[in-house]
Every structure is written in C-alpha cells, then in structure tokens.
Design a binder for this molecule. Structure first.
Ligand code: NAP
Length: 317
C-alpha cells in the first residue's frame, strides 16, 4: 500500500520537517510548481493527496481545498487562523491542526525585545557605534526606560499572557483588552481598546486577526497612546492601520513602534524603512531553531495520530 500523499504548500519549510515527512509520506511540493501549472498539478494528484502541511501566513486557499477530494487533514505549522476557511473545512469534514504553545515563549520574548529596542534605541545605538560616533565622542540622544512602564495588551491569549508575565518581571503595570474579562488573572481589564491605549505607555497587539480585530489599532487608538507611547505588534499586520501608523509616527503623534508584522507582507510601508523611531522584524516571532523544531514535531505527531486513527494532539477542528 502506498504512503499517504502530503501536499506542502510553501517554501521554505523547516528542513527537518521535510526530511521527516519524506520518511512516512509521499510528498508533493506545490511551491515548486509554476503558478500557471498548479491547477493541472493538483488535478493530476487529486486522488493521492490526503493531507496538507502549510503555515498560517499562507494558509490554504479555497481553490486548493476544492481541488482535492481525498483531503482529510490540514496541519498548520504555526498559529493564527486568519488565512483558513474553517467553515469550508468543517463542511468537508477536513480536520485542521496548529501548533499552539510551542511558539508562545518566542513570540512573547520578541514583543518585550521590540519594546526595549524602541525605548532604549538599541538599533540606533548599535549604528552609532558602528559608524564611529561613539569613538569620536559624539552625542547620542537619550533613550527611555522600559522597566516600570504601563503595558497594555490587546488579546490576553497564550502569547498575551506570556507577554504579561515577562512585563511583570520588569516591574511593569499590566492591563489588557479582550472580548471578556478574565477570571484567572489579576490585571486590569479595559472594555475598550482606546481606553486601554490611553492608560498604556506600551501597547502590545497579540490577539487573533478576525473581521472584528482588523484595524483594531486605528487613528483613535494611536492618538490615545500618544506622543510618548510605543506600539508593538506581534499579532498580524492587519491589526494595525499601517497608513495611520506611518502618519502618526511622522507627525510625532506616536512615540515609536516595534513591528514584526505588516499589512502587506513582505512589504512594510516604505516610510517605515527610513524612520529611526521604529524597529522592524521580518515576521520572525517564532523563528528560532528550538521552536521550529518543536513545531515540526507537533505537525508530524498530528499527522501520525490522524493516519493511525488516534486523537489529534492540537486540533483546531
Ligand atoms: P490564542 O491563545 O488563541 O489567543 C488569541 C486571543 O485573541 C484570545 O485570547 C482572544 O481573547 C483574542 N481575541 C480574539 N478575538 C478578539 C477580539 N475581537 N478582541 C480582542 N481579543 C480577541 O492565540 P495565541 O497563541 O496567543 O496567538 C495570538 C495571535 O498571535 C495569533 O492569532 C497570530 O495571529 C499571532 N502570532 C504571531 C506570530 C508571529 O510570528 N509574530 C506567531 C504566532 C502567533 P478573548 O477570547 O478573551 O477575546
């Protein structure tokens, strides 16, 4: 009997994951196929492909799902379901898994790193030394303290809670916005993002991207955060109205921003690239070797469980 067919949607996938997948499955690499030949490729392997491995930033299109009648499971290497049509998957009885928890610490670490990098001008200071200004006794504008700041978190899920825990260790005052107040935390809850921003010096976005949370950080929120405020986004680019953000940073209505994600990836707004009150990352919140390996293990474990008929380790549906 031939091994189940697994379609890999995007490149690059974690090398270790691909090596392991080859041992147990027949792999089909969609990313290797020129876009004009993809429909034909899917059609010719439609009866063989039973699983898809992809990341949440790419997800899986409706066209791919519709082209694969034998599809049983989609295993996301990451979290965030904004590129997945879960309704369609449910209708077609396709299981979906992701890799929560495995990446939480890395993304929370990066959120804190971005806040500190912006406030302490880490990148500017680095450049100052590299350009010989330190050696020439030139003056570097003073930075701001992170410890003790009030940190507002939009979305107190796994990552949000991990950011809160870290911020607490820095003596920060933590408050949050979510759809409902949490019973299990002692942080102050705000039922409006504008109110949260008005009471925060650092605002960290860590919620899921949905139609409700698209542009949850808008002009009003940015103005409430204010000229001394710092925005950190480790959620999704769509959470922030990037045009408003650029305008506010340019006009001095917002103090600074640390961004791991952008509205049109991989293309941050050009103006951000020349601003020295922002620190930019190429959407690498969870991209450490350790976490990518853990995520790969969970993808493999979910596929194995599915094909053995065992309960899934981290089911979404
Ligand atoms: P999670 O545990 O599922 O938490 C998501 C949180 O979003 C929930 O706690 C939920 O809070 C909140 N939320 C949903 N709808 C909301 C709304 N309308 N208003 C306010 N909050 C809302 O997921 P996670 O693991 O913490 O991940 C959070 C997000 O981080 C992911 O969805 C993904 O987009 C992003 N992410 C980014 C990276 C990166 O590389 N930068 C990596 C991983 C994940 P309530 O239910 O209490 O409202």
């Amino acid at each position: 009997m031939s091994s189940p067919g697994v379609l890999i949607v995007q490149n690059p996938i974690i090398p270790h994951l691909e090596t392991e997948l080859w041992k147990y499955y027949t792999l089909f690499r969609l990313w290797n196929v020129p876009s004009e030949k993809r429909t034909e490729f899917l059609l010719s392997h439609a009866q063989e492909i039973q699983a898809i491995v992809t990341n949440p930033v790419i997800g899986v299109s409706d066209e791919i799902i519709d082209a694969l009648p034998q599809l049983e499971i989609i295993s996301l290497c990451g979290v965030g379901l904004d590129k997945m049509n879960l309704t369609k998957c449910k209708e077609k009885r396709i299981r979906v898994t992701n890799t929560p928890d495995a990446l939480t610490d890395d993304v929370a670490d990066l959120a804190i790193a971005l806040a500190i990098a912006v406030l302490r001008k880490i990148c500017i200071s680095d450049s100052f030394v590299r350009h010989g200004h330190y050696q020439n006794n030139r003056f570097l504008e003073l930075s701001h303290r992170f410890s003790g700041k009030s940190v507002g978190i939009v979305g107190l899920g796994r990552i949000g809670k991990a950011v809160a825990k870290r911020a607490e260790a820095f003596g920060c005052h933590v408050s949050y916005f979510a759809r409902s107040e949490k019973e299990d935390v002692g942080y102050k809850f705000y039922s409006s993002v504008v109110d949260l921003a008005a009471h925060s010096q650092v605002l960290v976005v860590a919620c899921a991207l949905t139609e409700e949370t698209r542009h949850i950080v808008n002009r009003q929120v940015i103005n409430a955060l204010g000229p001394q405020g710092v925005l950190v986004n480790v959620g999704r680019g769509g959470h922030v109205d990037e045009a408003e953000l650029v305008e506010a940073l340019r006009d001095g209505r917002l103090g600074g921003a640390g961004l791991d994600v952008f509205e049109r990836e991989p293309h941050p707004s050009d103006e951000l690239l020349s601003m020295d009150n922002v620190v930019l990352q190429p959407h690498i919140g969870c991209c450490t070797r350790e976490t990518l390996n853990d995520m790969a293990e969970l993808v493999l474990a979910n596929l194995e469980a599915h094909f053995l008929g065992n309960p899934l380790h981290s089911p979404v549906i």
